[in-house]
Design a protein around this ligand. Structure first.
Ligand code: NOJ
Length: 528
């Protein structure tokens, strides 16, 4: 199935390529860069939201599910992108944001108009607590209560994110049907599937009770962490909704042309894996990001992989990811040398990898001066905590793609919406194309290597996970060994073979039963 063999590449549409000189990238920019994506070898692109939006959360606040925001272009631009992508053999996944709309969406305007509005129940409205405050203690992801009072009608509405992102009421079948129609709208246009935003947050418990305190919370940690989210996350109803979404996808699926659902779900494995049973093709496995990157040791990585592998049934297809538009950049977390090692890991594990734009050239977190901060999550913290405590937010991983060393990195002809990382002079696609040992070439080689059926589908077995070296076997004849340290390491192999790829891109040679790994080196060995 195509999605099992695919590498998914995430494009953050504001930051990929500007073509109309407004400093914000656009849909046409993605189309113009399709040859680049094709040359990288990826199979599918996932576009974060490009829909009509007041941009309070940069597109994750939708005012129209079925149109393109003028800042990004037009529906015709999208159709053209889709057609050309398909002609090149690239699939296109779009973002579906079912949990909430913008407060400017006509549905919400109608809902908030009066308590008797026919759409009142499309969102989640509650009377104030007896003291006039919010109905319960639920906290939003971006800080502060998850409830805002609508003065005119005297009730609070729920928003798990910004007050400008009211939560839809998924228990209402009309809401569900409206969202399924949105899916059909894009499926009819030809999209190959969806990345579904905050899939595990769709339902809330019906009793709206306070959530219990989190004993591990300490002052200074984010508000949302104050409580254990037993009433706002991963509620049983969600599985039924996922199943219904899957049915919509299946209406449009044909052999070889399955339409897929990739779900954004931040949960421990046992809970995460239930989303497979519900019908989600690829519930995002973020465990390398959350547990792997902060503790980059072989023992830990092997544990993360083994736990997952042992819990998956034979119908569940694994997936892995090391970065996205909400997480600090891979190369900033691991450093340049280990970022290459991380890439080798991601592309040689069993399962579909998702790759974040720019990580293939080792883009690093941008430095955003306080007056240029855009991310609402960071700004809200600033309002609440004061300037001196401004957290970095998510802007650093959203800076413009670095294409070349011309002004603004070939991204735009004007000052972009977020500053270009000053390292663009040397770190850019053009420079790395010309350097046969660059990370760009490494990623390209890894993606090509991954097409081998044994690497795609062969079983995973840990071979060694200690003293800085993580090595595993894939299928019948592959061994991957990564050195997570800055020291030279030796590894006894089960038998001789051939080094077919090294993260240093400087050797392809026979090896006997003893493999020497240089500092920060990962190798893929084809065993005899
Ligand atoms: C998850 C998205 O990835 C993030 O960027 C967004 O802010 C929230 N969902 C709200 O939609």
């Amino acid at each position: 199935m195509w999605w099992k063999e695919a590498v998914i590449y995430q494009v953050y549409p504001r930051s990929f390529q500007d073509t109309n000189g407004d400093g914000v990238a656009d849909v046409e920019g993605v189309r113009r860069r399709l040859p680049y994506l094709k040359s990288l070898g990826v199979d599918a692109i996932w576009l974060s939201p490009f829909y009509k939006s007041p941009m309070k959360d940069f597109g994750y606040d939708l005012a129209d599910y079925c149109d393109v925001d003028p800042i990004f272009g037009t529906l015709q631009d999208f159709d053209r992108l889709l057609e050309e992508a398909h002609a090149l053999g690239l699939r296109v996944l779009v973002d579906l944001v079912p949990n909430h709309t913008s407060s400017e969406h006509p549905w919400f305007l109608e809902s908030r108009a009066s308590r008797n509005s026919p759409k009142r129940d499309w969102y989640i409205w509650k009377d104030p607590a007896p003291d006039g405050g919010p109905p319960n203690n639920w906290q939003s992801f971006f800080g502060g209560p998850a409830w805002t009072l609508d003065e005119a009608t005297g009730q609070y509405y729920l928003h798990q994110f910004l007050p400008e992102q009211p939560d839809l009421n998924w228990r209402n079948p009309e809401v569900r049907e409206a969202l399924y129609e949105v899916m059909r709208f894009w499926l009819r246009r030809g999209v190959d599937g969806f990345r579904v935003d905050v899939l595990w947050l769709l339902a809330e418990d019906l009793l709206f009770k306070d959530e219990p305190g989190n004993p591990d919370w300490r002052p200074g940690m984010w508000d949302r962490g104050r409580h254990l989210h037993i009433f706002t996350e991963d509620q049983p109803e969600t599985y039924a909704y996922v199943r219904e979404m899957r049915q919509v996808l299946d209406e449009f699926s044909e052999p070889g042309r399955e339409r897929v659902m990739v779900g954004e779900i931040y949960l421990p494995y046992p809970q995460l894996l239930r989303y497979y049973q519900a019908g989600c093709h690829l519930p995002f496995n973020f465990h390398l990001i959350f547990r792997g990157l902060p503790d980059w040791r072989p023992e830990n990585l092997a544990r993360i992989v083994e736990e997952y592998e042992s819990l998956l049934t034979r119908w569940d297809w694994p997936n892995w990811v090391l970065g996205n538009h909400d997480q600090p950049r891979l190369a900033s977390r691991l450093g340049e040398a280990q970022a290459r090692v991380g890439a080798m890991l991601l592309f040689t594990l069993r399962g579909t990898p998702t790759w974040y734009y720019g990580d293939e050239i080792g883009m690093k977190n941008g430095e955003i001066p306080p007056e240029k901060v855009q991310d609402p999550a960071a700004l809200r913290q600033k309002d609440r905590l004061g300037e001196h405590q401004l957290p970095p937010g998510r802007d650093p991983e959203r800076t413009p793609m670095q294409w070349d060393d011309t002004p603004f990195a070939g991204f735009s002809t004007v000052e972009p919406w977020l500053p270009v990382n000053p390292d663009y002079k040397t770190r850019n696609v053009a420079a790395q194309e010309n350097d046969p040992r660059s990370m760009l070439h490494l990623v390209r080689r890894l993606i090509a290597l991954r097409k081998d059926p044994d690497l795609l589908y062969g079983a995973y077995r840990t071979y060694r996970a200690r003293e800085g070296v993580y090595a595993y076997l894939r299928g019948e004849g592959w061994l991957v060994a990564i050195n997570l340290t800055e020291k030279e390491k030796a590894l006894e192999l089960p038998r001789g073979g051939r080094v077919v790829l090294t993260t240093h891109l400087d050797r392809e040679e026979r090896v006997g039963e003893r493999l020497l790994l240089r500092p920060d080196e990962g190798v893929v060995v084809r065993l005899d």
